[in-house]
Design a protein around this ligand. Sequence first.
Ligand SMILES: Nc1nc2c(ncn2[C@@H]2O[C@H](COP(=O)(O)OP(=O)(O)O)[C@@H](O)[C@H]2O)c(=O)[nH]1
Ligand SMILES: [Mg+2]
Ligand SMILES: [Zn+2]
Length: 376
Amino acid sequence: MHTPLPYPGPDTTGPTHPHLDLLGWDATWAAGLDLATEPGPTLVGRVCRADAGACDVLVPGPSAAPDVVAAPWGPAVRRAHRADPTAAPVAGDWVLLTCDPDAAVAVAEVLPRRTAVVRAQVDGSSRGQVLAANADVVAVVEGLAPDPDPGRLERLLALAWSSGAEPLVVLTKADLVPDAAARAADAQTLAPGTTVLAVATPDAVGLDPIRARLAAGATIALLGASGVGKSTLLNALVGGETMRTRGLRSDGKGRHTTVTRELHLAPGGGAILDTPGMRTIGLAGADALDDVFPEVDALAADCRFADCAHDGEPGCAVLAAVASGELPERRLASYRKLLREAQHQAARTDARLRAEMTAVWKQRTRDYRRRPDKKR
Ligand SMILES: Nc1nc2c(ncn2[C@@H]2O[C@H](COP(=O)(O)OP(=O)(O)O)[C@@H](O)[C@H]2O)c(=O)[nH]1
Ligand SMILES: [Mg+2]
Ligand SMILES: [Zn+2]
């Protein structure tokens, strides 16, 4: 019996596709993927909501409004996830859907991520958790009232820098303090090299630079504690109500209207990735700390010992800068705290990698013993 193709899909073989562009697709993505060589009917889509074992995927619709397809993980994705939990599709991921007429729609492949916001797992596992995929900008959101939390800002900035995306600091609730500009300048000292914006979201003050990035097609991930104003900002940027999408069930039968949940399309282009406000956000690696603390990194070049931990060693230029007042003591303490934490996490990851290598060698030894020529 012939089952109709669940989602027919437009021709996406060109360098870019206008309807895919609305989801954030660009020439670079297109260059990395030759749909003509993909086996079977394949459709490109972008994950807007992720569950264990399945996800909602935005796919180009016949009009500008995208369709959303509920798609379970295909066998290759399930295998990849077993080997590495971070391989599971998350909001922002670009995926290939198989829409074979004889089979249900499924996620065949997650395209390699351009950027990923990864936090260390709270359960102490050595694997990270991907909070957002393929953001062009990671906005660290912090409120101006109550006062911004410097340590939290630095921690989230480290996540933003290590994601590979462009970091941005957005200070909300500028309308609640008399001296927003001065406070933004203070916050700038916590984020050297990063653009810091002060916004009053309900008054739409200060949003233009963010809107400009969206209009240029950027995907912006919002990262911040609960209560800092992420949802308010999201609603202001997507116009209160997120773009309506046409719902399409994976069996192709039913159709219902639904609203995207984690990836929100801005009406004028671009997308916003909402992340849950988490109580604990552990660093998955130390690689970004030099970006978050560039002045500490620069001072460290003058320490007598190349591996100086700035912990009382003789000839330490960093401690000298603290003593002279050039480097705030809080800043060094924060750097060292994040460094210790990241090194601890790195040691756990190394232990896992060593265990995995041991398993690989054991398997190779078994395979070797089973080789036919060994039996002769
Ligand atoms: N005055 C003012 N209030 C804000 C601003 N942004 C958010 N809020 C308020 O802060 C509270 C928490 O905001 P919400 O968006 O829910 O924070 P989320 O937990 O990060 O999503 C709400 O009562 C908002 O109305 C702002 O720029 N100015
Ligand atoms: Mg919220
Ligand atoms: Zn030192």
